[in-house]
Design a protein around this ligand. Sequence first.
Ligand code: GLU
Length: 339
Amino acid sequence: MGPPAALRAGQFRLYAASMPLPLHSFLASQTDRLREVRRGEPMAEPPSMSSGDPERCAVAVANCEGDVVSAGDVGDEFTIQSISKAIAYAYVLEELGHEKVHEFVDVEPSGEAYHVISVEDSSGRPDNPMINAGALVVHSLLPGGDQDERSALVLDLFSRLAGRQLSVDETVFEEELRAGHRNLAIAHLLRAENDLPDDPHDVVAGYTRQCAIRVTAVDLAMMGATLANCGTQPVTGEQIFSPDVVRQTLSVMLTCGMYDDAGDWVSGVGIPAKSGVAGGILAVAPGSLGVAAWSPRLDGHGTSVRGRELVRQVAMKLGLHLLDGRPEPEVDWEASEMK
Ligand code: GLU
C-alpha cells in the first residue's frame, strides 16, 4: 500500500516518531544501514570530542507545524560547532541589516577549508560568514555589551530556535580555546585589517563558546524547521528571524555552507545546509522541512560521512532538490531500503 497523499514531498505531513509510519521506518532503516559504514574518522581534537563513540548516528526531520520524525541515537548531545555560524549570521543580519553586515563580510564561496585565512585582497573582508574568518567577524558584531552578555544572548537565541533550554559543553569549550591558536591568528589578522571591531581574544573565546553549545539531532531539525518556516519557530510560534534574513542566510548556506565541498553538495543534495566538525548537519528545504543528521566520522572536508548520506537519502526520497524541475516523486515507501 502506498503512503497517504499527504505524505508525499512538498505538502507532506510528518507524524510523531513513536508512530510506526513510513517515514520513520525509512529513517530507521537508513540509519541502521549507515551504521555499517566505517569510513572517516572523528575530529582528532579536542580530546573530549575524539573520545566519544564514533558509531553513534541519528537523523531527524521536522516540518513547519513542529512535527518531528527521528531515528537512531536522537537523545545524544554533541557540540554544534560550525553550524552555529549560520545562526549567528542570521542574528547579526536581524540586528544590523544586510548592508551593514556586508561591509564586514562578503558572501562569496571561498572554495577553501573552513580554517584557511580567506580574505579579499582589496577590502580585507572574509569571503563569507561560513568559514572561520567570517564567523569570527560575525561573532564580533553580535549584540551585547561584553563577552559574557554576548555568549548569554547566543545561548538564549539557540535555545529559542531549538524550543528548549540548551547548555554549553564546558570541557569542549576549554579544550578548544586552549588549542585555538589558528583562530586567534585569524582574529589578529582581521583586527590588523580593521575588520574586527573587538578584542581578538574576546572574540575567539566567544566564538569558541558559541561552537560548544550542545544540541541533539532533533534540536537541529527544529532550528532547520524554523528557517524553513520563514523564521517562525513552529512549536512556540515565536517569530525569531524575518523572512528576508532567512532568505539571505539560506542563500549563503547553499553556496558556502559545506566547507570546500559546497559545489558537490549542491549538485548531489541540492538544499541549503551547514555542517560542523562534531558530525552534525543542519539542512533546510525552504517552506517545508528542517532535516538534521549526526554521526562523528568525518570525511576529508570535515563533514559527517553518515550524516551527509542520511541527508542525501532524505532529500532524494522526498524530492527536495531545489534545482530539480521534475514533478515531485511519488514516494515508494515499499522500496527495499525500508525492509
Ligand atoms: N570550533 C571549530 C573551529 O572554529 C569549528 C569548526 C567547524 O565545525 O567547522 O575551529
